[in-house]
Design a protein around this ligand. Structure first.
Ligand code: ZN
Length: 64
């Protein structure tokens, strides 16, 4: 799960382009913010969770 914790703030970061969403005050708020912004959480090849922003999702689809 690519939500960076910085003191008491949680910042969603795209694993593809490293774009950030505004910091939230709880992990759950950060998850909700990602959902609202249209981000997608998925597992990569090694079984690690990664978060992808809508821009990267669009580029992936365009490239397929
Ligand atoms: Zn991205």
């Amino acid at each position: 799960m690519s939500i960076e914790r910085f003191y008491n703030f949680y910042t969603p970061i795209c694993d593809c382009c490293e774009k950030e969403l505004p910091a939230e005050e709880s992990f759950q708020d950060a998850v909700d913010a990602k959902r609202r912004a249209g981000w997608k959480s998925r597992k990569d090849d090694r079984g690690q969770w990664e978060d992808i922003c809508p821009d990267c999702l669009r580029e992936e689809r365009a490239g397929q």
